[in-house]
Each structure stands twice: as C-alpha cells, then as structure tokens.
Design a protein around this ligand. Structure first.
Ligand code: MN
Length: 242
C-alpha cells in the first residue's frame, strides 16, 4: 500500500496526496482527524497510518521497534484518549463529576501522548537528516545562535530526560520564539501554549530493542531521520502569523 511511497513524494503534489488517502490524514487534516462520533458532543480520533514502510527508518530505528511503537504504543494512546473523552462525556451527561480529578489526569497523559506521537512519526522519515532551510533555519539561528548550538541543546535535553519522556522543539506563541523543552512522561514540564514542531521520543519503547541502555547513541542517530521540510511545514501551518 502507501508504505512504499515516501512522504516527500506524497506531499509533493496534490495528485499524489489524493492517491494516498489515509496518508494525508497524518498531516493535512490532523485538526479534523475525527471519523466517528458517539454523540454530537465529542469526536474520536483514528490512528493515522504510518506514512512510510516499517523498515524505512533503518538502520537508525529497526523495523520491529517502529511496528510496535506505532501499532501498539501510539495506538494505545489514541484508544486511551478516546476512552477519556467518552468517560468525560458520560460524566457530563450524568452530571456526576466525582472522578473528574482522575479523568483530568488521564486526559492530560493520553492527549499529550497522542499529540507527541503524531508529531514524532510525521516529522521523521527516510532520506532525511541534514539541516533545516528557509524560515526555520533563520529562526533557529535567531533563537539559538546557530544550528549546531541548537542541536547541542536539543540532544542534551533529550538525553537527560529523567525516566520516560521527550526532547521537544516548540514554538512559544507569546514571545514568538522557538524553545527547547523536556517532557517527562508526555505531559509534565510543558510550557503552556507551546506548539511542539519536532520531538525526540526517549521512552525506552522508542529505542530499547536496538540500543538497549544507550539512549545517547539513539539521540545522536536520530539526527539522521529528522525530516526538516516537514518540520518547517508544521511551523508554517501552526506557528507563524501570516
Ligand atoms: Mn513513544
């Protein structure tokens, strides 16, 4: 199926996008990704298809890790978020908010897990790596001094996340700046309002089969699969005021 076609080709032309159907859902329509409803008040998400073959990220990330990560872990967060949305809808309908504290915690965890995995899988790919260009390049230079300095900060942040979490390049809309953040789990240490545009998953499930405890090696190699044109599209779509 569409796994054989690179995302760069897919994004390259409207005809290609039309031919790929579900692939376009990963990026073009993600804000409207719902495809089913329980009732009028909530929308549920569908797991987006992996936009490349399971082995397309080798040798940086092995096929088995990509398959389990997407089909089990990412799918689990989508299912978890849908469950949380249903439970909260039920709470409103029954006017019963005794469990709202736990439901709110679950919602923050699963919704953040969905967003970060969505961004992760759609901003890495085969035939990627290198450095950003254009607007993103100039913003990175403005806000970090140079790409090399940015990468030193981003990779150091990713390597030093305590336990499970993420390195995050995000757009901070109030100061109109790019920031590097860490996330613990999916939702802790965030800065309100920031939109992640490129993320490095440093949960062990993202690298352990190939790298075991060598997270730093995984993060260093992660540079080879960042799809910077996709990151820039995300910046342009969500972050930069027209
Ligand atoms: Mn993950």
């Amino acid at each position: 199926m569409s796994n054989e076609i690179s995302r760069r080709e897919a994004i390259g032309g409207a005809g290609a996008i039309g031919a790929l159907g579900i692939l376009s859902r990963f990026f073009e329509s993600e804000a409207l990704a719902s495809t089913s409803t329980v009732n009028q008040s909530i929308n549920l998400l569908e797991l987006p298809a992996l936009p490349y073959a399971e082995d397309a990220l080798e040798p940086v990330i092995d096929k088995e890790t990509v398959r389990i990560h997407h089909d089990k872990h990412f799918a689990g967060y989508v299912a978890g978020l849908n469950k949380d949305l249903k439970n909260l809808d039920q709470a409103r309908q029954s006017d019963s908010f005794e469990s709202v504290k736990q439901l709110s915690r679950d919602l923050a965890f699963n919704a953040s897990g969905v967003v970060l995995h969505w961004i992760y899988f759609s901003t890495i790919g085969p035939n990627a790596g290198g450095k950003p260009a254009g607007k993103l390049d100039s913003l990175i230079r403005r806000d970090f001094g140079s790409f090399d300095t940015f990468w030193k900060q981003f990779s150091a942040a990713s390597k030093t996340v305590e336990a499970s979490g993420w390195g995050v390049l995000a757009w901070e809309p109030f100061s109109q700046k790019l920031l590097v953040l860490q996330a613990e789990k999916h939702q802790n240490l965030t800065s309100w309002g920031c939109m992640p545009i490129m993320v490095c998953d440093v949960w062990e499930h993202a690298y352990y089969l190939k790298y075991q405890n060598r997270r730093a090696e995984y993060v260093d190699n992660f540079a080879k699969i960042i799809d910077w044109p996709e990151v820039e599209k995300r910046l342009e779509k969500y972050c930069i005021s027209k």
